[in-house]
Design a protein around this ligand. Structure first.
Ligand code: IMP
Ligand code: MG
Length: 180
């Protein structure tokens, strides 16, 4: 059976609205960490959170360090099958540090659950999560998200770092991928 081609669909969130929201999130995060004794370690979840992290850190004023982690959900396609594996670990020792995971989107929740378990083992002083997007309708595991940019419906989206098969990360807006 022929599969229907994927096409870029409607714009769900414009680049302008994203930037406004990122500035709001940064102000809330700055406030929350105002008493931090050491620079906060931001852990960017590659590759999807790359652009969000780049914009967020430039809107933040608090002292910080940035590290990156890469994970993979096995199975491919647009469904998270629940198996998550580590592809690249961070280099920063997290013991007694305030750590903030920066994610592009929380979908089933398996990725964030994996990341929280993994990073908690390094005994950080605190561990919180900021996600640009949240698809609550798809949640399979309960996840605590400390800051979220936008709730979105159960649609597959691309742009602003999010991809389908490696493509469309460079779009400034977040758009629906029709047929995904
Ligand atoms: P989860 O483990 O199901 O929560 O999935 C999280 C990961 O799946 C995200 O970090 C994304 O990489 C990817 N993902 C989930 N939904 C979308 C989407 O709509 N567009 C692009 N990537 C997505
Ligand atoms: Mg991701």
């Amino acid at each position: 059976m022929a599969t229907s081609p994927l096409a870029l669909g409607e714009t769900l969130i414009t680049g302008e609205s994203i930037h406004r929201r990122v500035v709001e999130l940064a102000a809330e995060i700055d406030r929350a960490y105002s008493g931090a004794v050491q620079p906060v370690v931001l852990v960017c979840v590659l590759t999807g959170a790359l652009i969000f992290t780049a914009d967020l850190v430039r809107a933040l004023h608090m002292p910080m360090e940035i590290d990156c982690i890469a994970v993979r959900s096995y199975g491919g396609g647009t469904d998270s099958p629940g198996e998550v594996g580590l592809v690249k670990d961070i280099d920063t020792p997290l013991r007694d540090r305030d750590v903030l995971i920066v994610e592009d989107i929380v979908d089933s929740g398996y990725t964030v659950v994996f990341l929280v378990d993994h990073l908690k083992r390094m005994e950080p002083r605190s561990l919180r999560v900021v996600a640009l997007l949240d698809k609550p309708a798809r949640r399979a595991r309960p996840v605590s998200i400390d800051w979220r940019g936008f709730d979105i419906p159960d649609r597959f989206v691309v742009g602003y770092g999010l991809d389908h098969d490696g493509r469309h990360r460079n779009l400034p807006d977040i758009r629906v991928l029709d047929g995904a």
